[in-house]
Design a protein around this ligand. Structure first.
Ligand code: FE
Length: 186
C-alpha cells in the first residue's frame, strides 16, 4: 500500500473537519461536494481526484485554518501541487496549482464572475493578487491544463452548500488508486 494513499486518508479523517473558510461546510464536505459534482458532470478521473484534493494544501501546513482571515496567503495551491507531484501527474497537480490563478483569470475575463464569489473568496483574492492583467491572462491561457483548472475553479466555487449530502471519502478512493497505479507520463 502506498504511503501517500494512507497519508491522504489520514489527513482527510483528522484534519478536514475544520470549517471551509467562512462557509458553513467543513473542508471534508467541500472536497466531497466538489468531487461528487465533477463525477456527475462527466469529468475524467484526474479532475475528480483534483477536485477531491484541491485544498489539501490548507491541511498540510501549520498556519491555522483561516490564514486568509488573518491576512496571510497560505499559498495552498502551490503547497498541494508540490506535495502531490511526487505521486500524481500534471493532469491532477496542474489544475490544483492553477485553481487560484483561475479565480483571478475569471475575475478578469468573465463579466459577472466576481459578483458570484463568496466573501472568503473575495477576501483571499486581494491577497492572491486581485484580477489578472492582460499579460497575466495571456500567460494563463498558454499554460497546459488551464481549462481543467477553470472547470475545477467552478466546482470549487459551488461546493459550499450546507444542504447537500455526499458519498463518503472512501467512495472516491478507486479513482485515487487508478491514478496512483498508472505509470506517469513525464
Ligand atoms: Fe476550495
Amino acid at each position: 500500500m502506498l504511503a501517500i494513499r494512507a497519508d491522504i486518508i489520514d489527513i482527510y479523517s483528522r484534519k478536514a473537519n475544520g470549517r471551509y473558510g467562512l462557509s458553513s461546510v467543513s473542508q471534508l464536505q467541500h472536497a466531497l461536494q466538489a468531487a461528487t459534482m465533477a463525477e456527475a458532470e462527466g469529468e475524467p478521473p484526474s479532475l475528480i481526484v483534483a477536485a477531491l484534493l484541491h485544498d489539501i494544501g490548507h491541511m498540510i501546513h501549520h498556519l491555522g485554518e483561516d490564514a486568509a482571515l488573518q491576512g496571510v496567503d497560505d499559498v495552498h495551491e502551490e503547497r498541494a501541487a508540490a506535495w502531490l507531484a511526487a505521486y500524481f501527474g500534471p493532469e491532477v497537480t496542474e489544475p490544483i496549482r492553477l485553481h487560484v490563478p483561475a479565480k483571478r483569470y475569471l475575475c478578469a475575463t468573465e463579466p459577472g464572475y466576481f459578483s458570484t464569489l463568496a466573501e472568503d473568496s473575495v477576501r483571499s483574492l486581494a491577497l492572491q493578487g486581485g484580477p489578472m492583467n492582460l499579460e497575466e491572462v495571456a500567460a494563463f491561457e498558454a499554460r497546459p491544463h488551464h481549462e481543467a483548472a477553470v472547470r475545477l475553479r467552478r466546482l470549487d466555487d459551488r461546493a459550499k452548500d450546507p444542504g447537500v449530502s455526499t458519498p463518503s471519502f472512501e467512495r472516491f478512493l478507486p479513482y485515487l488508486d487508478a491514478l496512483l497505479s498508472r505509470p506517469r507520463a513525464a
